[in-house]
Design a protein around this ligand. Sequence first.
Ligand code: ZN
Length: 338
Amino acid sequence: MKHIIFTKIKKIFEHKAIVLMYHRVAEPESDVWELAVSPERFEQHLKVLKKIGSVVPLHQLAGSVNSHNLPKNNIAITFDDGYIDNFKIAKPLLEKYKIPATFFITSGKIENGREFWWDELEHLFLFTAHLPSVFSMVVNEHAIEFELMDESYLTEEIRQKHRLWKACAEEPPTIRARLFYKLWEHIKPLPFTEQDRYLEMIRKWAGLSLMARPDYRTMSANELQQLASDNLFTIGAHTVTHPALAHYNADIQKKEINENRKFLQEITGREINLLAYPYGNYSIETIQMASDSGFNAAFTTEEKTLLINSHIYRLGRFQVKNLTGAEFKNQLNIWRLQ
Ligand SMILES: [Zn+2]
């Protein structure tokens, strides 16, 4: 018991920092990966952070880890992927409260208006009014066969289940959700061109044409330029096509990261020195490459605080869910004790 109390007290006084990870500030119909925070709740989070008063730019935090001089309880905010709502909703709110943030941008979809494959797949299986009753496809050498039975037609009851489903915490609530999850697992590790090919085949099976909802696009080059022109904000690298990097050899990893970095530097006129691994996925080669390429720091999605001796190319972040202000404040305190 004594030991536990001592450990807890030690943790409270430890010099550590927290990096928060957001993706979208939006209210999508479903959010199975819990990537979205509503605009109203995001503002509540900012009010909590303003009161705490210790939000600093991410490069400052990374620099502190590097120089072994980490102040206590600092917090940094990050956004991944570059969704349009980051520009339309998050940017003005962050400016209103003068809170700095870093945006890790995947550049492959800038200007083409396309959705990320995971968003399209989610919408296609969870919300299409009618799907063929039998699904049969070989995906990445796995035969996937499903009978949708009476779920071929989307009822209000099924739709409601899909609206509420959280895939990280709950089993799929319907056959459609089970099929979606299985496809997601097998498509995720594939190269972008293969992902695109499977999505095209699935669209064809469903009798649908290419889906590109305006709210699901990434920022345009012009919007990105405007975002980067505010000194409150930093732009970071997040690859060209958002691959799970550990599945690829060093050359492909290097190309994905360096082309993305070069593009972002040209668009923003700023040095790009911070990197976030897509899906938080990396290998020994990724870390080596981040170091060789001269990035100042790289971030995973592993939920851990930053400490003085943290590995600078494996820094953790905490994914912020759609919490109320009070819940968010509570969650921050829990993270601080980790
Ligand atoms: Zn991402």
